[in-house]
Structure formats: C-alpha cells, structure tokens
Design a protein around this ligand. Sequence first.
Ligand code: MG
Length: 252
Amino acid sequence: MGPVISKILSLYNVNRESRTTNHETRTMITTVVFDLDDTLYDEIDYCRSGFTSVSEFIANLPGSPTAQPIFDCLWKHFTTGNRTKTFNTALDQLGIDYDDKFIGELVKVYRNHTPKITLPTNSKDILDQLNGRYMLALLTDGFLPAQQLKVQALGIEKYFNCIVYTEELGRDCWKPSPVGFEKVMEILNVKSQAAAYVADNAKKDFIAPNKLGFMTVQIIRPARIHTQSSDQADAAPQYVIHKITQLPDLFG
Ligand SMILES: [Mg+2]
C-alpha cells in the first residue's frame, strides 16, 4: 500500500473499533460487489440524458415550445434541489397544462429512455484490472428497466459474474434490506467476510453489508447526487476513498 493511500485510509478509516467482530473474521477478499449509480459513473449524466429525452417528448406535442427551453427549465429546477416535483414545477413555469396522467407519461419516458452515458475511463481500467482476480458483482436499487438500460449503455454486463437488480426481488428488497446482498452471496457461493461492497450513499448503502460482515467502501465522486450521511452508527462505511483507482490497494 502506497503512503498516500495509507494516509487517506487512516484519515477516513472510521468506526473500525466498533466493528472489530466483523474484522476479526475477515478473510482474504475474493469478491467485489459494486453499486451502480454514482459509484461506477456519474448519475448526474443519466439525469441530464433523461431530461433531454423528456424535453424532446414534450417539444413534439402540438403547441409546445422547442426542446431547449424545456430542458433548461427542467434542469434548472432539478439542479437547484427540486428532486420530487421537477416536472410539475417546470411545466407550471413554462405555462404548459398537465394532469397526473401526463406526469406519469413523462416519468415513463424518463425511465424507459436509452441513456447517453459512458463508462468513465478510470472505472473501465479498474474493472479490467479486477476482472479475473476477483469475482465481481453488481447490486443496484432503482426502477426497471432504467437500471438495465444503464448497464447496457455503459457496456459493463461482461464484467460481472452476477447482477442483482433489487427491484426484481421486490420493492421492499431495496437497500438497506439485506436480501440483495444475501442473493449475491448465494449465487456466487461466497461468505460475507470474503466480500467487499463498494458504493456511494452513506444513508442506505452500508447498513446491510456492515451487518452481514462485508468490507464496506464508500467512493466519493465530486459530482455525486447524494451527499447526506446517516446518524445511524451502523450506516457508516469502513473505508472512504475519493478515486476508484484506490480500490485495488484496499483489497491487498
Ligand atoms: Mg449509488
């Protein structure tokens, strides 16, 4: 482990004392499980792509403005923190009439659009590097088919021995449920002590894998969408890194 990495790890190596039980039984890491959004690529790129598709959809309706002002309005509200009523607020401002059914259609366009997103070079390099040395898995929450379309667009399916979309197991299996993690362990026949989970969201991503005994690693991407942490003691990741290229050093 290089000096820079060890310094970063010692700075961010939080709450290790409180979880020594899991660490005492840690064996060599054989399996690396990744989250998708804001872990392997910037989710904001997906959102931009989705709002572009929605703008084009609205612009094609009779009497609508062109796509650019619609996109600008949606983007302004989304990027200033309106994450739940983005469509409604933007349509109000644009003076476009709508009802719940129309909003439902826009949500469908967003979740079913073919995203224009690419895998960042450093993510690709790391997946290439880990592939073959570790069993790799993807465990992601989120609506289908949106998550599957993201995986296709990024071209990452080939890297993973198993992909678990928690939505397929049931809405109550989204993180922090342990069900998706148990599914990965069952499919790959791996013990939690030999597995690491790499993800971004300190509110929900690490609760279950901490409890099960995974190594947990938070990656903090500069453009990340979720910046909140959790008050729950068991929600904190065991390691925090700022570049995905720091991963191999963690696994020893
Ligand atoms: Mg994520």
